[in-house]
Design a protein around this ligand. Structure first.
Ligand SMILES: O=C(O)C(=O)C[C@]1(C(=O)O)C=C[C@@H](O)C=C1
Length: 360
């Protein structure tokens, strides 16, 4: 559309008109989502939240996006529209690793939108306990980082609790040095161990003499920096804002592609969307070639294994369980027989869930 010949007054009048139309359409969409809710209620369905349907909507929006906004921008706008509509029907309780300002909170908001009811917790085990006990319907837990690898605690807890993985979130992790004092006055840096590992080189180069103090989360790091007149923290921009700290240096992670993958845990099953993942835990019979035997049904059926991770089995010394992530849904006709074959080869087999791949 040609805009350059129009005056500022004309352009603003046109924007006001478009806003009126957007508002009317938003209202229409809200009423339709409410009608879906009424229908579900009439049919006795207690659940309004359908992550599979949401993933399909977001993918279609991104595919049909005419610009000028990026796909991620339109997806995040739609994420909020869906979230606001859903909140009219059902207040989703979502537990994450708090306090406010952590990456877990950012991941939870990216997945559920800001209209869900978020509950900060003190630890990852507490998130599992809350979801298992019904105090939260869903939990968001970190599972792997592209620089540092697995979050072993999460892997172990996935085995300990009878919960389902019902979604995944990928979050670009940007770390910032934050403080209310200049760099030269910093004597202590409060930092979460995962963050510390992701900023190792930067810290060694720029703050080699400073004491690094371990804290349980990036949010607590910011909290502690506020209380210490010689302290700084490595934290998120949200935490810097929340605790009124200045960003002394942004983006201090050693790997500029640093990304963390989070899982959404709950008690629901999702239906196939055509772009899904399935997560399993398996153990082979303890003899030579058992891992090869376990994986060969996947290779034979050309199923893409996106991740394999081993952990001590904890039931016996020097025995291991394998965490496998693969493309596809357990109800997909090409994956079902493969999973059956894999289960038959295993001394232990559990499907942790099939869920839509992260959308944006
Ligand atoms: O389609 C549904 O089942 C709805 O409830 C509507 C809607 C939406 O706003 O599009 C809302 C919440 C669900 O999680 C998925 C979709």
């Amino acid at each position: 559309m040609k805009t350059s010949s129009r005056s500022l007054v004309e352009l603003r009048a046109a924007i006001d008109q478009v806003d009126g139309k957007i508002l009317a359409l938003l209202s229409e969409r809200g009423h339709l989502a409410h009608a879906v809710g009424e229908l579900k209620r009439a049919e006795g369905e207690s659940r309004f939240y359908h992550p599979d349907r949401e993933a399909e909507i977001l993918r279609r929006i991104m595919q049909e996006n005419p610009g000028p906004f990026t796909d991620a921008q339109v997806a995040s706008i739609y994420r909020e529209i869906i979230s606001a509509g859903l909140a009219q029907e059902e207040a989703l309780q979502v537990a994450y690793l708090g306090p406010a300002g952590t990456f877990s909170q950012m991941a939870a908001q990216k997945h559920f939108g800001r209209s869900a009811a978020f509950q900060p917790t003190g630890s990852i085990p507490e998130i599992f306990r809350m979801v298992d006990g019904g105090q939260a319907q869903f939990g968001v837990v970190p599972v792997e980082n592209s620089t540092e690898g697995s979050v072993n605690l999460t892997l172990d807890l996935l085995l300990d609790y009878p919960l389902q993985i019902c979604g995944e979130v990928q979050l670009r992790i940007v770390h910032n040095l934050v403080a209310n004092i200049p760099m030269e006055q910093i004597r202590k840096v409060y930092v979460h161990y995962q963050t510390r590992a992701q900023c190792r080189q930067w810290l060694a180069t720029h703050l080699p003499q400073v004491e690094l103090v371990d804290v349980p989360s990036n949010g607590v790091a910011a909290e502690r920096a506020v209380q210490d007149p010689q302290g700084a923290a490595i934290s998120t921009t949200v935490a810097a804002e929340t605790y009124a700290l200045n960003i002394l240096q942004a983006g201090i992670e050693d790997n500029p592609e640093n990304t963390t993958r989070f899982l959404v845990i709950g008690k629901i099953l999702t239906r196939p969307t055509g772009q899904d993942k399935t997560s399993l835990v398996v153990a082979g019979i303890n003899r030579p070639g058992s891992l090869h035997a376990l994986l060969s049904p996947l290779a034979d059926a050309h199923i893409s294994l996106t991740r394999i991770e081993s952990r001590p089995a904890r039931s016996a010394v020097w025995e291991y369980v394998f965490y496998l992530d693969m493309l596809g849904h357990c109800q997909d006709s090409d994956l079902t027989p493969v999973l059956d074959a894999l289960a038959a080869q295993s001394s232990f087999y559990r499907c942790l869930g099939s869920y839509p791949k992260a959308v944006f």
